[in-house]
Design a protein around this ligand. Structure first.
Ligand SMILES: O[C@H]1[C@H](O)[C@@H](O)[C@H](O)[C@@H](O)[C@H]1O
Ligand SMILES: [Fe+2]
Length: 683
C-alpha cells in the first residue's frame, strides 16, 4: 500500500503547485459533531447572492432558496421532500452532539465506507499528504514543507463561486405525484448498493474525452466569476435536461471539493432502478486534477466526467497555460456509496463548510480592504485566516458618542420624568462580582453551552420555523412575565424595561426610530417561550463563538467548560474569522439580540443603525470593553457609536419605578405602525 500511495501521488504531481484549498487536519479531527442534515450544509451555499455571508445563507428565508421555487406548485416547500427545509426538519431534532471527533482514518473528504477500494485509501492518504505539506496550522505554525505554498487565487475564487447553488428544476412526475416526496429519511439512511466489479472498473475509464465539451468554460475563463458559475449552472442543466430516468435536484458546492448531488425522485415506479438511490459525485481538486466519486451507472458517470473536466477548465488558473488542459489520465474516478459513515462526515462537513465560507468571505473582504488601502494582496488564505497565537489587545479609546439628532419630540413624554441619565451613579450598574448567585449560575450555563455547533443549529431552527404571528404590541405584552436571570440590575419584567428604555430615549429627544429600538430591543426574549433551551440561549451578554474568548467577557473562567475552548480551530485569537472581517461575519452567541435583529430586518423599515443597536446591544465585551476590535470593519466602527449611544439608555434607565402602560401605549402603538407596516409579524 505505501508504494501504491507513492505512485498515486506521482500521478498527481502538479506543475503549478497545489493547496488551493488548505484544510488543516485539525479541522477534521476536532470539529464537534452536530446532528443535522447534509441539506443544512448544502444550504449554506444556496444563496444566489454571491456576496452573501454564511449568515445570510443560513438565515435566508426559504423563498431565497431557488430549489424551493422550483417546487412552488407543491406549496411553500416546507412539506416537500426535496426542499431544504423539509429535510432539516426531519433530521435536526434540535439535538446537538458534541465532543465526538472524526477519526483521522475516516477522511471527511470521503463520504464513502471506510473499507472501499484500495484506490480510495490511496486517495485518502494522498489527500492528507497534500494538505499536510501545504497547510499552515491553525495556531500559526507552519508544517514541514509548507513554506509559502503557491496558491492559485483564481482557483479559490472560482471554487467559491461554484459553491453558489446551481439548481435544476424538478421535472414533475404526473401519475403518482401524491405528496410522498419524503426523500428516504435523510442522507444518513440511504442504502446504496456497492458497485459491481464491472461498474467499478468502468468507473476507471474516461470515455472519449474528446466529447467532453470544454467550450463554454474555456470562454468563461476570462469572464467574471459570476458568469463562470452561470455557465456551470447552464451546462449542468443542459446535461440533465434530456434525462429520462432522472428528475433531478442538483446542487453544486465547493470547498474544498465540488459536490454534485443528483437526487432522483424517490417516488417513481418500482421498476425504476434508480429508486431510493442518492447519486452523488464528489469533485475534489487535488493539485489541479480532480478526483471524482460517484455511485451510479455509466450513464451518470459520463455526465459527471464532463462536469469534472469542465470545471477544471473553468478553474482556469489563468496565466498558467500548463494547467488549463488537464491530461485525461489525471482525472481519477472512483465508485462509491453512501454508507453509515455518512453522518459523521456530513456533520463534519457542515462545520468545515461553514469555516470555508467564512474564510472565503473574509478573504474577499480582506482583498477589498487591501485594494482600498493600496496594500499588497495576501498570498494565501491561511495568511489571512490563521491566528498567530494569542495577542494582548489594548482596550479601545473611550468613545464619546455624542450624537445630535435634533429631532423634536412630537408628543409629551409620559410618566418617565426625564431624569437625566447623567445623574445616575453609573458605577452601580453591572456589578457582577456582587451579583446574586442566579447571575453567576446563568453565565456558567451560557458559557458552557454556547458552542459553534449549537449556534449553527439555533440558526437553522430559527430559519426553519415561524414560532408565532402577532403584532409587536402583543409580543411586548407577552414579555410581562419574563424576569431576566442574567441581569443584575433589574428585577422588573421585561415589558417594564422596554418602556423605561424607550421613554428615556424619547425624553432625550432622540429620533423616533431610536425610541422604537428602545421599545423592542429586548423583544427577542420571546424566544424563551418558544424553542429555547433555557435562559442561557436567550438573554445575557453576547460574545463571538468560534474564536478565542476575551477576558473582557464577564466570568470568563466559565468558558473552561465549553468544549470549543479545547478545539484548536476555535481557540486562537481569530479562530474561524480573520482580521477586520466585520462583525456581520462573526457568529455572536445566539440569543434575543440576534433573533430580534433578523425579525426586525425582515419585517420593519428601521434603518441600519437601529438594526445594529438591536443586534449588538448585549455585546458588552465589544461596545463597552473594547474587546474584539480586530474583527471590526469600517461599518462596525460607524455602528459602534450608535450602539454605545443606545447603551446608556438601555442600561441606566433601569430603575424601580415602572411606567404606566395606559398612558404611553397609544404613542407607542403609532410608533410601531410607522416602522412595521404589516402589523402582524412572524416571530
Ligand atoms: O443581563 C442583561 C440582559 O439580558 C440584557 O437584555 C442584555 O442586553 C444584556 O447584555 C445583559 O447583560
Ligand atoms: Fe437585551
Amino acid at each position: 500500500m505505501p508504494d501504491e500511495t507513492e505512485s498515486y501521488q506521482e500521478t498527481l504531481e502538479s506543475p503549478i503547485g497545489d493547496s488551493a484549498f488548505p484544510t488543516p487536519d485539525s479541522v477534521w479531527r476536532d470539529i464537534p459533531e452536530i446532528e443535522t442534515a447534509e441539506s443544512v450544509w448544502a444550504d449554506i451555499s444556496h444563496s444566489s447572492n454571491p456576496t452573501a455571508t454564511w449568515d445570510d445563507a443560513i438565515l435566508a428565508p426559504a423563498r431565497d432558496v431557488s430549489w424551493n421555487d422550483t417546487l412552488s406548485e407543491q406549496g411553500s416547500g416546507e412539506a416537500s421532500g426535496f426542499s431544504t427545509r423539509a429535510v432539516i426538519t426531519e433530521v435536526s431534532g434540535g439535538k446537538v452532539t458534541e465532543n465526538e471527533t472524526l477519526s483521522q482514518e475516516s477522511s471527511p473528504i470521503d463520504l464513502r465506507d471506510a473499507d472501499e477500494s484500495a484506490e480510495d485509501s490511496q486517495h485518502d492518504r494522498t489527500t492528507k499528504q497534500t494538505d499536510a505539506d501545504n497547510t499552515e496550522d491553525i495556531d500559526g505554525s507552519v508544517r514541514p514543507g509548507a513554506e509559502n505554498p503557491p496558491v492559485s487565487m483564481e482557483t479559490l475564487r472560482i471554487g467559491s463561486q461554484l459553491a453558489r447553488e446551481v439548481s435544476i428544476p424538478v421535472i414533475e412526475d404526473s401519475g403518482d405525484a401524491v405528496g410522498d416526496e419524503t426523500f428516504p429519511g435523510s442522507a444518513f439512511e440511504l442504502s446504496v448498493p456497492e458497485p459491481t466489479p464491472k461498474e467499478a472498473s468502468d468507473a476507471m475509464t474516461i470515455e472519449n474525452p474528446k466529447e467532453i465539451p470544454f467550450r463554454l468554460f474555456t470562454e468563461a475563463r476570462d469572464a467574471t466569476l459570476d458568469s463562470a458559475a452561470l455557465d456551470v449552472s447552464y451546462y449542468l442543466k443542459k446535461i440533465f435536461s434530456d434525462s429520462e430516468t432522472l428528475s433531478s435536484t442538483m446542487n453544486v458546492a465547493a470547498y474544498p471539493e465540488i459536490i454534485l448531488n443528483v437526487t432522483p425522485k424517490a417516488r417513481r415506479t418500482t421498476n425504476n432502478i434508480l429508486y431510493n438511490h442518492h447519486h452523488r459525485a464528489f469533485f475534489r481538486p487535488t493539485n489541479q486534477s480532480l478526483v471524482v466519486a460517484w455511485n451510479d451507472t455509466n450513464h451518470i458517470k459520463r455526465r459527471v466526467t464532463s462536469i469534472a473536466r469542465t470545471w477544471v477548465n473553468a478553474g482556469g488558473h489563468s496565466g498558467d497555460s500548463t494547467s488549463t488542459n488537464i491530461p485525461a489520465q489525471q482525472v481519477h474516478f472512483k465508485s462509491g456509496s453512501d454508507g453509515p459513515e455518512l453522518q459523521n462526515t456530513l456533520t463534519g462537513r457542515l462545520l468545515e463548510k461553514l469555516d470555508h465560507d467564512i474564510q472565503e468571505v473574509n478573504y474577499k473582504k480582506t482583498i477589498a480592504n487591501l485594494t482600498n488601502t493600496a496594500k499588497e494582496m495576501p498570498t494565501s488564505m491561511s495568511e489571512i485566516t490563521c491566528g498567530k497565537g494569542e495577542e494582548t489587545v489594548p482596550p479601545m479609546e473611550p468613545i464619546h458618542a455624542v450624537l445630535e439628532y435634533n429631532i423634536p419630540l412630537e408628543t409629551p413624554v409620559g410618566e418617565w420624568t426625564g431624569t437625566k441619565l447623567a445623574t445616575y451613579d453609573t458605577d452601580s450598574f453591572r456589578q457582577y462580582e456582587l451579583a446574586a448567585d442566579r447571575v453567576r449560575d446563568f453565565y456558567a450555563e451560557q458559557h458552557t453551552n454556547q458552542t459553534v455547533a449549537y449556534n449553527i443549529q439555533a440558526r437553522v431552527n430559527f430559519k426553519t420555523k415561524t414560532r408565532a404571528k402577532m403584532t409587536i404590541w402583543e409580543a411586548l405584552c407577552k414579555l410581562n412575565t419574563l424576569l431576566d436571570e442574567s441581569d443584575p440590575d433589574t428585577d422588573l419584567s421585561q415589558i417594564d424595561h422596554a418602556l423605561q428604555t424607550a421613554e428615556a430615549i424619547r425624553a432625550d429627544g432622540k429620533p423616533r426610530w431610536m425610541q422604537l429600538v428602545g421599545l423592542i430591543h429586548d423583544l427577542g426574549k420571546l424566544l424563551y417561550f418558544y424553542d429555547s433551551k433555557g435562559q442561557w440561549d436567550v438573554v445575557g451578554d453576547t460574545f463571538p463563538v468560534g474564536c478565542g474568548y476575551s477576558n473582557k467577557i464577564i466570568f470568563p473562567e466559565s468558558f473552561a467548560m465549553n468544549p470549543d475552548s479545547r478545539n484548536p480551530l476555535y481557540h486562537t485569537k481569530y479562530g474561524i474569522y480573520s482580521r477586520k472581517c466585520g462583525l456581520k461575519n462573526v457568529m455572536l452567541s445566539w440569543g434575543h439580540d440576534e433573533y430580534m435583529y433578523h425579525v426586525a430586518k425582515l419585517h420593519s423599515t428601521l434603518p441600519k443603525e437601529a438594526l445594529a443597536m438591536i443586534r449588538y446591544h448585549s455585546f458588552y465585551p465589544w461596545h463597552r470593553e473594547g474587546a474584539y476590535k480586530y474583527l471590526m470593519d469600517e461599518e462596525d466602527a460607524e455602528m459602534l457609536l450608535f450602539v454605545v449611544d443606545f447603551n446608556k439608555y438601555d442600561l441606566y434607565s433601569k430603575r424601580d419605578e415602572i411606567q404606566d402602560l395606559e398612558i404611553v401605549q397609544e404613542y407607542y402603538k403609532n410608533l410601531i405602525d410607522e416602522f412595521f407596516p404589516n402589523k402582524v409579524v412572524e416571530f
